[in-house]
Design a protein around this ligand. Structure first.
Ligand SMILES: C[S@@+](CC[C@H](N)C(=O)[O-])C[C@H]1O[C@@H](n2cnc3c(N)ncnc32)[C@H](O)[C@@H]1O
Length: 186
């Protein structure tokens, strides 16, 4: 499907972004059970929070972004960078009790590929750290990254603390974007 059509479909379904279809595809593939606590990193405008709340209605969703996000029923939003996640008491008190960490974080693009690559790599490393600390044993991390020369090293980092690590390129992800999703089971 063309990307404009995904956007239109998202709007018709009441979702705030077309990104929901990428996550939906990944969640259908990995089928996670017993989800009670979800951490959505880089959540704005809120598509992934909406989708996970709908898919796992009994779960508590905690969302965090440097941009503000309009409220979503049942989603606890924190206007903060993931660098400061340990200052958020509500999230910190659930350390080790999250079943699912999702990260669609993308830094601002400067257009200078070396800088952009480095920024993405640092945010991805931080995301892996957060997932290691906040997930329970058997918990799942789904993280956006990009197909560049750092992907291998990132995957290796994940393999140190996750039992299963795989990459996935959803059909709903624009081919030319270079984005790809890594997921791991702790
Ligand atoms: C592609 S968007 C996320 C879309 C979202 N998954 C959805 O479905 O609506 C990426 C987000 O990452 C956020 N972001 C970038 N750096 C961040 C950081 N250090 N901490 C938290 N969020 C960050 C951006 O502000 C942006 O809202």
């Amino acid at each position: 499907m063309h990307s404009d059509n995904w956007a239109q479909k998202a709007k018709q379904m009441g979702y705030r972004s077309r990104a929901v279809f990428k996550l939906e595809e990944i969640l259908q593939k990995i089928r996670i059970k017993d989800v009670l606590n979800i951490l959505d990193l880089g959540s704005a405008p809120g598509g992934w929070s909406q989708l996970t709340k709908k898919k796992y209605p009994n779960a508590e969703v905690f969302a965090i972004d440097v941009l503000d996000m309009d409220p979503i029923d049942g989603v606890n939003f924190f206007h903060e960078s993931i660098e400061n996640i340990s200052n958020i008491e509500a999230i910190n008190s659930l350390k080790g009790n999250f079943n699912l960490v999702i990260s669609d974080i993308a830094p601002n693009i400067t257009g200078i590929s070396a800088i952009d690559g480095e920024n993405i790599f640092e945010l991805n490393q931080l995301t892996i750290e957060v997932a290691k600390n906040f997930l329970d044993s058997g918990g799942t991390l789904i993280m956006k990254t990009f197909q560049n020369n750092m992907l291998k090293s990132l995957r290796k980092d994940m393999e140190l603390s996750f039992k299963i690590v795989q990459t996935y390129k959803p059909a709903a992800s624009k081919k030319q974007s270079g984005e790809i999703y890594l997921y791991g089971v702790k």
